[in-house]
Structure formats: structure tokens, C-alpha cells
Design a binder for this molecule. Structure first.
Ligand code: NAG
Ligand code: NAG
Ligand code: NAG
Ligand code: NAG
Length: 530
């Protein structure tokens, strides 16, 4: 059992993978920071270990270390590893061996896969296997957020699965709190465990604010007492989308700078998926973000700001539909603007078993069904900036904007007087200091000037003309528009060839019948000081 780990450590040293942050983490206003005060941006991937088998998915397909290395390779720095309460509170769950657990579910083929790819796990108890997963993730420099996903191990989440709210069929509040403190204590001293997620997506007909106050604040304090190192991730009601009750009844504590809030965001969060196709996209993006800020985002501002982590964000990466494509642009712009921490749903290419289906595929998965390849490399490339820390309160570099095009995941760059879209790694830095103002290249006297419909904008010293005065417009505020010589609006636009031009603005007015896709014209100024 020891040797594979030693070999792994040796390989890691050879590959020079080390974690760059000094743990544990804590909070400083709305930022998560490390021991030295430097900001750490969490970019997590969700990895379920809470379904019937209670073993992290995919270990029948690839070795544990290989899966961890894929996560590192895709530039994520953290895993949101899910668990079920019963694993830690009931003898007949977590103390089963992996083999017994798979035998109980009749998962013969998956068991054979584990025997092949991760034989050392087979005769461990489920809790030992869980510990091993946490250890190996730590060895790869990954941080771990241990998320209490359900009580009774099963696929989550529906209104009626008995795991949704306090006092539902499986959700005993006292057992839940015991589970949380047990986990908090168990991982004390394992610094890669940076946080504990109190409960995934509280929901269902029983959901109510009074019970939230009855159970959640006290459990948060108990976790903090049991393990003062970890961040405590707290979420609201209605599938983690609503904390608005805190506006009138603030918590009054922040657990010695360890309290973090979390929410989830999908194309179908709170409103139907099809809105992205059947309503004006600028309005859908604008109203969804406004609702998110009203119900949750406000925790990052005001007198007692705290960090907000979007711990689940996902799209169908297999059949990447137009609606998910538009949603993804909206999310990318939001994250770039605030430089929020977030987590992708999800790592898994498939499941041992999900909702009674053996070997089910996961179309939202980062990895494909064989867990050996990235399912959709284009999407991962597009998320490059979302995975990059752009703001750090401790940085002494002067801040400037990058001009981000979410739909392509690129940033505007310059060459001579030409403006083009390229990787955000070596972006140009821009100044745009009013709602209607020139977009100036930092440390120069040149700015972006529109030439005409269908032409590329140029860098020019004429910064005060109407063709150089850019206004953020539309209901999404993601269009950058200037007036042309006839006084009509032109918007910055990316052609299918990735060429940057200006064109007539797409659906920037309030016309409810305007259903064209405006996302080719969406840009976001993202403040950057790192
Ligand atoms: C496993 O198979 C046995 C025997 O066919 C059956 O009784 C049991 O219900 C099965 N268990 C599951 C979880 O499918
Ligand atoms: C892809 O998604 C679209 C929209 O949700 C759906 O209409 C279509 O049937 C899906 N195609 C496949 C192959 O699943
Ligand atoms: C799975 O099978 C069980 C037992 O037959 C059944 O009660 C349950 O409703 C099924 N779940 C789903 C999601 O189909
Ligand atoms: C966005 O649309 C909503 C609903 O149509 C409207 O109330 C609001 O004024 C619009 N905002 C902007 C900035 O256009």
C-alpha cells in the first residue's frame, strides 16, 4: 500500500508540481487569502463520492494519480469532493470495504475495473479509500473542499429525494451536524483540505428560513471549533440560490475570517434553459446576473463583505447547445468582471451507477467516458481567463483592464496599429475610465478608433472623436458601441474568423422580438493587477 504512494511522490518531485499557496486559507473582506496574505483564487472541479457506492467516481477507469494529474493539467487548483453524511455517522456505510460496497450494488464490471486500475483500494474501507483520495489530491498540489452533498448516499438533487431540507426523510439535523464535525476533526492537520461545504443545495417543500437560522449558523460554529483551519462554505435556500434573508438578519459572525458563501449557476438556474433561445439574450443575461447579485452577490459588498464561490457551474460539453453557449459567455463575463472563485460541474466522465443506470455517461463532464481525455478541449481553452487570478489586493502592480471576449475566451491585443484577439496570457492593458470614454492603451497616447461597418478598428491618437468614445450598452452591458460618422451606433464585433471589426449592434435595444445571437459582440473589461 505504501509503495505506490512513494513512487507517486517521486514522480511528482520529478515533474516539479508543488502547490504555490501557503495553507491554511482564510478570508480578507471578499477575498480568500493564504497565510502570507496573497489572494488564492479557487478554481475547483467537482468530483462526486456521495453516490450509492460512496467511492470517488471513475476509479474503475483510470488510476487515481492519473485522474489527479488531468485536473492539474487543465489548470484547476482544487477539487470539490462530495460525501454523504451516513459514510461518517453509520457503521454500515463508511466501514464497508470498497469490494463489499460494489458487491452490494452488483457492480461486477466496475469492481473488475477497480481491481485493474486501483487494486490497492479494493480491500480498504470506504473511509480509508476516501482518505487516500484526499491524500493523493494533496500530493498533486490540489486543494480539497469537502462538500456534504446528501445524507443518504444517492444521486442529488430533487425536491423529493429525502435529502433536501432539515427533517426530510433522511436529513436528521443532529446527525448532519455530527457528520460535519466528524469530518472537520478527521481532516484536521491535512492542510490540503481547505474547506468544508456545509450542505449542497438546501431545497424542497420543507425549505424555510426559520429552520435555516435554527441549524446552519450553529453547525458552522461547530465546524470551526472542531477544525479552526478550514474555511466553512455556507449556502442559502432554494438550491443554494437565495441568501437574501441575510440582508435583514445578518449572521453577526465570520468565524475568525473563515466564513465563505457559495452558490450554483447553470443555464437553467431559477429560470428555464430555453429562455436563452426564446428571449433576447442581452436581457436574459442581464436579468439573471442582476437576480444573482440581489439574492447572493450582495454578501461580497457592504460593511461585512465575505467571499462568494460559485461552487457549481456547468454546461453540456458533449452536445454544447446554443443555449449553453450563450449562458457560458454570460458566466465568463461575470466571473471576469468580479474575478470570482468558482468550480466546474463536473470532473466525471461517467458514473459507476446513477439513478439505477450502470455506467451512465456525464455529458457535463470535463473528462470523457473513459476518463482518459478531455471531453471538450475548446471549452477548456475558452475558460483560460476564468481559471486565472486577475486581482490581488496584495499586489503592487498598477491595475489596468484586459478587454475580454467571452465567446472566444480571448483578449484584445495590438500589433502596430492593428487590433486582434489572442490568448489572455499576454494581453494588452487598457484604460477606460468612464461610461463613455476612449479605450486607451496603457502608457501610450493611442486608443481604439472605429473606421466603419465591417472594418477593423485601429489604434489612433485621435482619442476624442465620437468614433473613439466607447459606451457600454445593451441590457447585458456587454456591448461596446461608438457613433459612426452618420451618428449611428457601431459595435465591436468578432467575425467567425476571429477577426475584430465593428458592425451594426445586435439586439442592443429593448425589442422583445430581437432573438439574434449578440454574443459575438460581447466584451467585458476585466480589472487586472497580477
Ligand atoms: C443485486 O442482485 C441481487 C440478486 O439478483 C438482488 O436481490 C439485489 O436487489 C441487487 N441489488 C441491487 C442494488 O441492484
Ligand atoms: C442536443 O441538444 C439539443 C438542445 O437541448 C437537443 O435538441 C438535441 O436533441 C441534442 N442532441 C443530442 C444528440 O443529444
Ligand atoms: C431506482 O430503483 C429503485 C428500486 O427499484 C426505485 O425505487 C427508484 O425510484 C429508482 N430511481 C430512479 C431514479 O429511477
Ligand atoms: C433591461 O430590461 C429590463 C426588462 O425589460 C428593463 O426593465 C431595464 O430597464 C433594462 N435595462 C437596460 C439597462 O436597458
Amino acid at each position: 500500500m505504501f509503495r505506490p504512494i512513494l513512487l507517486l511522490l517521486f514522480l511528482l518531485l520529478c515533474k516539479n508540481i508543488t502547490s504555490s499557496q501557503s495553507l491554511p486559507l482564510s478570508t480578507n473582506t471578499n477575498w480568500i487569502v493564504d497565510e502570507t496574505g496573497r489572494r488564492v483564487k479557487l478554481t475547483c472541479v467537482n468530483w462526486p463520492s456521495h453516490i450509492e457506492t460512496m467511492l470517488a467516481e471513475g476509479l474503475d477507469k483510470q488510476p487515481l494519480g492519473f485522474i489527479a494529474s488531468q485536473v492539474v493539467h487543465q489548470q484547476f487548483n482544487c477539487i470539490r469532493l462530495t460525501w454523504a453524511t451516513y459514510m461518517f455517522t453509520r457503521m454500515d456505510y463508511g466501514r464497508l470495504t470498497v469490494e463489499e460496497s460494489f458487491d452490494r450494488q452488483n457492480l461486477t464490471e466496475a469492481k473488475a475495473g477497480i481491481t485493474k486500475h486501483n487494486p490497492h483500494l479494493l480491500h480498504m474501507t470506504l473511509l480509508q479509500a476516501f482518505d487516500t483520495v484526499v491524500d493523493v489530491l494533496g500530493a498533486y498540489g490540489l486543494m480539497v473542499l469537502l462538500d456534504n452533498h446528501v445524507s443518504h448516499p444517492t444521486w442529488c438533487c430533487s425536491e423529493s429525494d429525502g435529502n433536501g431540507f432539515f427533517n426530510d426523510q433522511y436529513f436528521d439535523p443532529e446527525e448532519w451536524q455530527n457528520g460535519l464535525t466528524t469530518v472537520a476533526k478527521r481532516f484536521r492537520g491535512k492542510l490540503q483540505v481547505i474547506g468544508i461545504g456545509m450542505r449542497n443545495e438546501l431545497r424542497g417543500p420543507q425549505g424555510n428560513v426559520d429552520d435555516w437560522y435554527r441549524y446552519v449558523p450553529e453547525a458552522a460554529k461547530q465546524i470551526h471549533k472542531a477544525n479552526p483551519d478550514v474555511l466553512v462554505f455556507m449556502s442559502g435556500i432554494s438550491y443554494a440560490t437565495d441568501l437574501s434573508f441575510l440582508k435583514d438578519r445578518p449572521l453577526g459572525f465570520n468565524l475568525d475570517n473563515k466564513l465563505v458563501f457559495e452558490t450554483h449557476l447553470y443555464a437553467f438556474t431559477a429560470e428555464p434553459d430555453k429562455d436563452w433561445l426564446e428571449k433576447p439574450v442581452n436581457e436574459v443575461c442581464g436579468t439573471r446576473i442582476k437576480a444573482l447579485d440581489d439574492k447572493i452577490g450582495f454578501v461580497t459588498t457592504g460593511d461585512n463583505p465575505a467571499p462568494l464561490v460559485l461552487t457549481e457551474v456547468g454546461v453540456n460539453q458533449q452536445n454544447f447547445s446554443a443555449s449553453h453557449n450563450r449562458f457560458l459567455s454570460c458566466f465568463q463575463a461575470y466571473v471576469a468582471q468580479r474575478d470570482l472563485d468558482w468550480g466546474l460541474w463536473a470532473l466525471q466522465g461517467g458514473y459507476y451507477t446513477r439513478e439505477n443506470k450502470t455506467g451512465a455517461d456525464e455529458e457535463f463532464g470535463l473528462l470523457d467516458i473513459n476518463w482518459n481525455r478531455v471531453r471538450n478541449p475548446t471549452i477548456q481553452k475558452r475558460l483560460e481567463l476564468a481559471k486565472t487570478k486577475t486581482q490581488d489586493p496584495a499586489s503592487i502592480t498598477s491595475a489596468a483592464y484586459v478587454l475580454y471576449h467571452p465567446r472566444s475566451g480571448t483578449c484584445l491585443r495590438t500589433k502596430g496599429e492593428k487590433i486582434y484577439a489572442g490568448s489572455c496570457k499576454t494581453r494588452s492593458r487598457w484604460i477606460h475610465d468612464a461610461e463613455e470614454a476612449p479605450i486607451r492603451l496603457m502608457y501610450t497616447n493611442v486608443c481604439i478608433k472605429a473606421v466603419g461597418d465591417g472594418f477593423g478598428p485601429i489604434l489612433s491618437t485621435e482619442c476624442l472623436s465620437p468614433q473613439s468614445t466607447w459606451k457600454l450598452t445593451s441590457n447585458s452591458t456587454h456591448h461596446l458601441a461608438v457613433r459612426d460618422e452618420r451618428g449611428e451606433y457601431l459595435c465591436l464585433h468578432m467575425e467567425p474568423s476571429n477577426e475584430i471589426v465593428t458592425r451594426r449592434c445586435i439586439c442592443v435595444g429593448d425589442d422583445p422580438r430581437c432573438l439574434d445571437d449578440p454574443t459575438t459582440q460581447w466584451f467585458q473589461f476585466a480589472l487586472r493587477n497580477v
